[in-house]
Ligand binder design. Structure first.
Ligand code: GLY
Length: 563
């Protein structure tokens, strides 16, 4: 017999709000939260939190899981950054950016006339930087983790061995990879042992990757940087024109660095210092915003977009001029760039009525990959991790050894490839980011934690190459200044300006034609794109003791999971 019960609307509302934790684009949880580009990986992180693991444990486990479930950017063959803050106010970062191999040279991508061979810095095994991910995750665990290492790697071994249901997005990638340009390694990546392409909804297993992950599980960092995996990397590189050797791998170390710190009104902002440019540019821009009277500038108005774009233009010019690997550039003016005084200089020369002109004789753009991935974590103590890592392009170099099952990055493309040569369209040739053996290439990744009263308040980051800096900047501003709920802050229209090329990029359909026209009238060159950013954020609503997570709707498989 079917029993029909009728509930009053208020009871139904309460039931939906509290029983279904994922409501209205946000996920609510009391004890912990993981937001990442893949739901299975977020669930792995939450399972670790439920077991009593802390935010670092959950971030490490989620990152390993993403290497299986989100292979376009999740990785063990790339590198990235962690920003960590615990509830008692300790803040630190871990730099596991890839390094140039010892045999790399500043002219390795140039022809006999000293010109860049088009695309060569992003193509083939010479574009691979010495991977840092395993060393970084291992260091994070050694210093700040609590559960045994093996328990953090095991879920990714299980996912690779037992397989996962292929999502629509990955199935579409698999089909696209069957063209003739795709290297064989990637062509076969989504195939069964019988050679058949795995389709949407079918189980996809990665036995070779599972074996590599087992070695990492059992031997820690050495499972990757020494022994069988290191020998196979060297062998594969030698056989196919790469230059990474066992010596490169043995020498690789992650580095703990003090975060870049700034303030915005009553908030403290902690982000990634060089070799990422993200933190410096973010703080420079927030400082400029603090000087503008935003009370009188409406969000998304012409005046707002103009001011934000002009602020970005200046921060990106400073980025190009000054930033690179700190171990090779000890004199970078980081304090100056992030100071309130410097922001006043930058703010003073913004014309509020007219677009400035980027000086193409000085700095320029280097196209970089937009396929990075970010995860945000908070645990029951309020400790937070903001982790962004990357292969550079989607599926990195698209190369890897079938025996190892993971994809190599093409991060060498983030160096300035042609020393001394900068143009208005494509290239930066400034010194701080020229290729040198053992140097880390400049990044735009901006994993960030905003603190309120000394405790993590907002955990945020995004993929997107250079747009990362600007999408994180606008999301932080949306929350801190415009008091938007986290999901609105993430979804709200974003713009991007990066000094050169001199154009203001906006999200199609989200900026009114009237605003576009007014901006053009002020001298901006506009360029529409379909999407900017794929932000993964958590807000710590301390007054209620609730964590609110949101995964950008532009992430097809992303999810905020909590408990
Ligand atoms: N590969 C993108 C970045 O590091 O910014």
């Amino acid at each position: 017999m079917i029993k029909i019960i009728s509930y009053s609307p208020i009871v139904l509302f309460i039931a939906i709000f509290f029983i279904l934790p994922n409501c209205f684009g946000q996920t609510y949880a009391k004890n912990g939260m993981v937001v990442s580009d893949n739901e299975l990986a977020s669930e792995v992180g939450v399972a670790i939190l439920k077991k009593g693991g802390n935010a670092i444990d959950a971030a490490v486990a989620t990152a390993f899981a993403l290497a299986v479930t989100h292979p376009q950017a999740g990785n063990i063959g790339g590198g990235g950054f962690i920003v960590y803050m615990n509830a008692s106010g300790t803040t630190t970062t871990i730099d596991f950016r890839e390094k140039a191999p010892l045999r790399a040279t500043s002219d390795m991508f140039l022809d006999e006339n000293g010109e860049l061979v088009e695309g060569s810095n992003h193509r083939g095994l010479k574009s691979v930087g010495v991977p840092g991910t395993v060393a970084g995750l291992f260091m994070a665990h050694q210093k700040y983790g609590s559960l045994p290492w093996k328990e953090l790697v095991q879920p990714s071994v299980d996912l690779a061995n037992n397989g996962m249901i292929l999502t629509y997005t990955l199935a579409s990638h698999a089909r696209r990879m069957q063209d003739k340009e795709t290297p064989d390694f990637l062509k076969n990546y989504f195939k069964n042992p019988d050679g058949r392409l795995v389709e949407f909804g079918e189980t996809w297993r990665q036995p070779a990757l599972a074996k590599t992950l087992e070695l990492i599980r059992d031997k820690g960092k050495d499972g990757f940087y020494k022994g069988k995996v290191a020998r196979e990397i060297e062998k594969y590189m030698k056989a196919n024109g790469g230059i990474i050797t066992q010596k490169d791998l043995k020498k690789y170390t992650a580095i703990e660095r003090a975060p870049i710190k700034g303030t915005y009104k009553e908030f403290e902002i902690y982000s990634m210092p060089p070799p990422s440019s993200g933190g410096v540019a973010l703080i420079e821009m927030m400082n400029v915003m603090e000087l503008a009277n935003l009370d009188s500038i409406q969000f998304n108005s012409t005046a707002y977009v103009h001011l934000v774009a002009e602020t970005m233009r200046r921060a990106f010019a400073d980025r190009a001029e000054h930033l690179g690997d700190p171990d090779f550039n000890p004199e970078m003016p980081l304090e100056k760039l992030t100071s309130k005084e410097f922001a006043q200089r930058r703010f003073r020369n913004i014309d509020l009525e007219r677009a400035s002109v980027s000086d193409s004789t000085k700095f320029g753009q280097l196209y970089d990959g937009t396929n990075t991935t970010h995860l945000s974590v908070i645990d029951k103590n309020g400790d937070a991790v903001s982790l962004t890592y990357t292969l550079e392009y989607s599926y990195g170099s698209k190369l890897g050894s079938p025996k190892l099952g993971f994809i190599f990055n093409n991060e060498m493309g983030d160096f300035n490839p042609q020393p001394g040569y900068t143009n208005s369209e494509r290239l930066i040739g400034t010194d701080p980011n020229i290729i040198q053996p053992g140097k880390r290439m400049l990044s735009s990744m901006t994993p960030t934690i905003v603190a309120k009263e000394g405790k993590p308040y907002l955990v945020i980051g995004s993929p997107g190459g250079r747009t990362i800096i600007n999408t994180v900047f606008q999301t932080v501003l949306n929350v801190l200044e415009y008091e938007m709920p986290i999901h609105k802050a993430i979804e709200a229209m974003k713009i991007h300006h990066q000094w050169l090329p001199d154009r203001l990029i906006f999200e199609n359909h989200l900026m009114s034609p009237d605003t576009q026209k007014a901006l053009e009238g002020m001298g901006h060159t506009l360029y529409g794109t379909n999407n900017l950013g794929r932000l993964m954020g958590i807000l710590n609503a301390t007054e209620q003791g609730v964590y609110i997570g949101a995964s950008d709707s532009s992430s097809p498989d992303g999810a905020a999971s909590g408990y």
